[in-house]
Write a protein that binds this ligand. Structure first.
Ligand code: URA
Length: 222
């Protein structure tokens, strides 16, 4: 006698090889792929990804994340070190005394602040304006990299040693890096003194102006 399909199903049930009809099959596993900076296709998405960031210890004491601001298609992008007290309070980069000097530098170049893009190596204020630590810079690095990738400026200007080191991939002093063309991922990079340094050392202004003229000359050639 040949077994019917019904017999076979009963044997399977007896052996416990089949879920009883009332037990729902397990739902297909949900695979959630973590979104990272390189998945973001706009600056808005990238900024949203940073919302509430706790990737490093700076999250504890900061008031605002200072993502950066300016023209998303800027030809010139300035990169500073880290937000200070004024930036932490307002959530905007370079709005304190150093920011006023940066504004003057931008105007001297014949540009407006809204023509350029301004960001920092780290997006949260280090307490007491101390230098950002390596893990803090590393936590922000993919965000700055993607920011630059999305803006694709024709020229990058690093303001001060931390930005110059981060973008050039060297640890040389700013005096050795400033005033000559370097590259960051194929983008011409010029390092110059940080405006906060100029507030304390006025004689550095001439060198910075020479650097900014180099940037303008480069822009007029490309
Ligand atoms: N100094 C910086 O490096 N960045 C700012 O945003 C403000 C001051």
């Amino acid at each position: 006698m040949t077994a019917t399909r019904r017999d076979l199903l009963r044997w399977l049930d007896d052996l416990g090889w089949r879920d009883p009809p009332h037990v729902a099959a397990p739902a297909a596993a949900q695979v959630t792929v973590a979104r990272g900076p390189t998945d973001c296709t706009t600056l808005e998405e990238l900024e949203a990804l940073l919302d509430g960031c706790t990737r490093c210890d700076l999250a504890e004491k900061r008031r605002h994340i200072v993502f950066g601001e300016g023209n998303p298609h800027a030809a010139v992008m300035f990169v500073g070190e880290a937000p200070g007290a004024d930036e932490d309070r307002t959530g905007r980069p370079f709005v304190g005394q150093a920011g006023k000097l940066l504004d003057a530098m931008i105007v001297a170049m014949g540009l407006r602040r809204e023509d350029v893009y301004i960001a920092n190596v780290v997006k949260c204020r280090p307490p007491g304006n101390r230098d950002p630590k390596e893990p803090e810079k590393a936590a922000c690095a993919p965000f700055l990299d993607r920011q630059i990738e999305l803006i694709r400026p024709r020229v990058l200007v690093a303001l001060g040693k931390p930005a110059a080191n981060r973008l050039s991939g060297t640890s040389k002093p700013i005096g050795a890096l400033r005033g000559r063309w370097l590259t960051y991922r194929g983008i011409p990079l010029l390092a110059t003194y940080h405006p906060a340094y100029l507030l304390r050392n006025v004689h550095g202004k001439r060198a910075v102006w020479e650097d900014l003229k180099r940037v303008l000359a480069r822009l007029s050639r490309t």
